[in-house]
Design a protein around this ligand. Structure first.
Ligand code: GLU
Length: 275
């Protein structure tokens, strides 16, 4: 059955761009007589706030959306992500990265074959790693693109369907050795999203074109974890009067402030092209 989702992070109030994304997914689910899932991506405890979570539900209801309950909050399902990470670890597909942000940036800038655009590394020699672990040094888990390529015999067979681009060959190297588990929370975006899309039976991922590169990485994770690949649609991003994409910091464009200024959900739907 057709199933799509809207997956905001409660790090600020929703703005028109989110409304566009949510309506695109919601209307697609309606047309297909399928499921619409709202997922709260709140693993980043340092940036997520409960009042933004409440506001998301409130603003989307105001917009006329409804969704399946209970709503999945990623922070309540860390075990699912840890289990997926353990599977990757058992196959040697991830490695511990003890580097600080600064050290990662330095390693990228001074790579032997010229600066790296995305980080590629690898595990430390066993003795060095053991010493760091014994000293209690914090570490992130990174995906090893080299190990992934070795397991799959390269990435040539990895593809996904994009609504506008058709069949796209996945290029997971766009992301480098992405962090799958952060030092602080033990999970990171790509892993949580990939696991959840599969667990929630999502058949169609509809999201902004800013996440196009993310799709390449997530396609690889699906292959490594033996998960199904949904179809993808990446919609254009709304821009503000200055031509720049809307961001959570654009307070004037939040759904809250539009509402306070007297805009009706119908007006907003029309303005966003949903008639
Ligand atoms: N939580 C992500 C965001 O707020 C979206 C994730 C996704 O759609 O895959 O940008």
């Amino acid at each position: 059955m057709f199933a799509t989702r809207f997956a905001p992070s409660p790090t600020g109030y929703l703005h028109k761009g989110h409304a566009f994304s949510a309506l695109t997914a919601f209307d697609a689910a309606r047309r297909a007589k399928g499921r619409f899932v709202l997922r709260i991506e709140d693993i980043d405890a340092t940036r997520c706030r409960p009042e933004f979570d409440t506001a998301i539900l409130d603003d989307l209801a105001w917009l006329g959306l409804d969704w399946e309950t209970p709503v999945r909050r990623q922070s309540e399902h860390l075990d699912d992500y840890h289990a997926a990470l353990a599977r990757l670890d058992a196959e040697g597909l991830v490695y511990r990265c003890f580097r600080t942000r600064k050290e990662v940036a330095e390693a990228m800038a001074s790579a032997p074959h010229g600066p790296m655009e995305v980080f590629r590394g690898g595990p430390l020699p066993a003795a060095e790693e053991a010493a760091k672990l014994a000293a209690g040094k914090p570490f992130a888990w990174r995906l090893s693109l080299d190990a992934a390529a070795a397991k799959l015999g390269g990435f040539a067979d990895l593809a996904f369907t994009d609504e506008t681009e058709g069949l796209v060959s996945a290029r997971p190297e766009l992301g480098g050795d992405v962090v799958l588990a952060r030092k602080d929370v033990g999970v990171a975006y790509h892993l949580a999203v990939t696991v959840d899309d599969a667990l929630q039976g999502i058949t169609h991922v509809i999201r902004g074109v800013d996440l196009f590169d993310a799709t390449h990485v997530q396609r690889l994770l699906q292959a490594l974890l033996g998960l199904p690949t949904p179809s993808y649609a990446h919609h254009p991003l709304l821009v503000g009067p200055d031509g720049k994409r809307l961001a959570k910091r654009d307070k004037a464009e939040t759904l809250r402030s539009l509402r306070e200024r007297g805009m009706s959900p119908g007006d907003l739907r029309k303005e966003l092209g949903f008639g």
